[in-house]
Design a protein. Structure first.
Ligand code: TXE
Length: 494
């Protein structure tokens, strides 16, 4: 039975209860994991708070060295961690191998950024004074992580949080805790006890107590809009800082001036990567009418050619969805679209020949419009609804007709289209001719209902640092404007 990582030790839950982790490709039980509760969450927060004083004042170069160590351990265990994520999450192994490298790169990035600067000097307002701004850690950061990128979305919180001098408590998703527990064993174990803690369990039982614990200073959350609202509400009661990376409903615009073979390959990948279970999946397509028929025909051809199978591979493009609840959500969305008149060009069913596993065929629909939830709500599955538009104005208007604003994609060779769309479309990341490429130096996060705060980039470090202005008078001189007042000046102005 697996154990949680708290205060530098592997421990069971106070409740002694466990929950099962299932392989979504085979529906077999992979492991029993402690079902963490309020007491376990409290132990982890206390362990993090206890380690804070030592960790926050560790010299930046030493902290950086330890974070580089985490990155090296990650790379050393890359295949094992990638296989674990594949078994518990269903993402193809080839994608998880990439994910582990991105995790290591994130720790390397913040090891360096974290030791670069921690404030600035500003000009004083009087002689014999010195003013400066100090950036300082908050203290204990709760990192609540979803199942679609279990290690990457954890690293985007933990690496900058640690680099800024905070200590953390990680609550992985109940669907994908194993890879994070293994990271604790092979990488976080190099850090001083209590700096990183991992509490496994369900959202309400283990996640909520982390959000409300008096010693939790900041909550960094990635997940659904619905749960993000709950976390934000509870954090507000305790006046805690939050960073929310929520859902998306990303538009994908294809103009009539591009190589359609390239645009189609990019679009199919953006739609069906990780079975569409990516916060920045391309969830809705807008194609210029003059190229729509050709685009749709090529898109369907490439979708039909996708290889569905065992995510451990080899030669597989798509694995299963994470769980029955997610597949059912997609099936209901497609059924609803069909009833409203949408046409399914391919997919729209479970693939034959899979007795087990939450498999679903990648699905392409046309005859869709913005009265359908398919185009307005996050589907988070292997579904590509395509609308035909007259031009860039209509495409941008429809792209913005959403409560979300996480990412957006555009294919064009026209600078006019680039600037028209880039300046108008509401999205935290705007990809042009290269969908979903992340950059550790580029801030990632949502506008509107997709959340607030940013991960990655210098913004991603700032999210985990508080600001203090220090004002120093080194002559200790008294001031003319102190008591008792000299009214003679006032009379002169009368
Ligand atoms: O997300 P949740 P789930 C969307 C996607 C998906 C839906 C539900 O549409 O269908 O969310 O997925 C923890 N207090 N995204 O259920 O509930 C939970 O244990 C504190 C988009 O996975 O948001 C898990 O660790 N924590 C998203 C984490 O929150 C709570 C990626 C996310 O769970 C909690 C994933 C509570 N009350 C899902 N309730 C993206 N944008 O990438 C749950 N949790």
């Amino acid at each position: 039975m697996k154990k949680m990582w708290i205060g530098g030790e592997f421990v069971g839950s106070h409740s002694e209860k466990t929950f099962r982790v299932v392989n979504p490709a085979t529906e077999e039980i992979l492991a029993e994991v402690p079902r963490g509760d309020r007491n376990d969450a409290a132990d982890a927060v206390e362990a993090a708070a206890g380690a804070f004083e030592e960790w926050r004042f560790m010299p930046g170069v030493e902290r950086a060295d330890l974070l580089h160590h985490v990155a090296a351990a990650c790379r050393h265990h890359r295949t094992e961690l990638a296989r674990l994520m594949t078994q518990e999450g269903g993402k193809p192994l080839i994608e998880n191998l990439d994910e582990v490298e991105w995790v290591a790169a994130c720790f390397d990035f913040y090891a360096q950024v974290g030791r670069d600067q921690k404030g600035r000097v500003i000009p004083p307002v009087q002689r014999d004074q010195f003013n400066f701004v100090v950036k300082e850690p908050y203290g204990v950061v709760a990192c609540i992580v979803p199942w679609n990128y279990p290690l990457l979305l954890m690293a985007w919180k933990v690496a900058p949080a640690l680099a800024a001098g905070n200590c953390v408590v990680i609550k992985p998703s109940e669907y994908t805790p194993l890879s994070t527990l293994r990271m604790a064993e092979c990488a976080f174990s190099h850090l001083p006890s209590g700096v990183v803690n991992v509490v496994t369990g369900y959202g309400v039982e283990a996640g909520e107590p982390l959000t409300t614990h008096p010693k939790t200073d900041l909550i960094a959350f990635t997940g659904s809009l619905a749960t993000g609202k709950k976390v934000a509400g509870l954090a507000a009661l305790g006046m805690k800082k939050i960073n929310l990376e929520l859902g998306g409903n990303d538009p994908f615009i294809v103009c009539d001036d591009v190589d359609l073979d390239v645009a189609v390959r990019g679009a199919v990948w953006a739609a069906f990567l990780n079975m569409g279970q990516v916060c920045t999946s391309a969830e809705r397509f807008y194609v210029f009418e003059s190229v729509a028929d050709t685009f749709i025909q090529k898109f369907v051809e490439r979708t039909r050619a996708l290889r569905i199978g065992d995510p451990l591979g080899p030669d597989v493009d798509l694995g299963p969805m994470i769980a029955e609840f997610q597949r059912k959500k997609v099936e209901d969305k497609i059924e609803e679209g069909r009833r409203a008149g949408a046409k399914v060009l391919c997919g729209g069913q479970r693939p034959p020949g899979f007795a087990k596993g939450f498999y679903y065929e990648p699905t392409v629909l046309t005859s869709v419009d913005h009265t359908m939830p398919l185009m307005k709500e996050e589907t988070f599955g292997p579904v590509a609804p395509i609308m035909v538009v007259k031009g860039i104005e209509e495409a941008c208007r429809l792209a913005n007709d959403s409560i979300y604003g996480l990412g957006a994609n555009l294919y064009t060779t026209s600078l006019e289209h680039v600037f028209y769309a880039m300046e108008r479309v509401k999205a935290g990341t705007f990809w042009i001719n290269d969908p979903l490429t992340d950059n550790d130096a580029g801030p990632f996060g949502g506008m509107r209902a997709s959340g607030f705060g940013r991960e990655l980039g210098s913004e991603g470090l700032e999210a985990f640092r508080d600001t203090k202005h220090v004002h120093l008078d080194y002559k200790l001189s008294s001031k003319p404007y102190w008591f008792p007042y000299d009214w003679s000046k006032a009379r002169k102005t009368e």
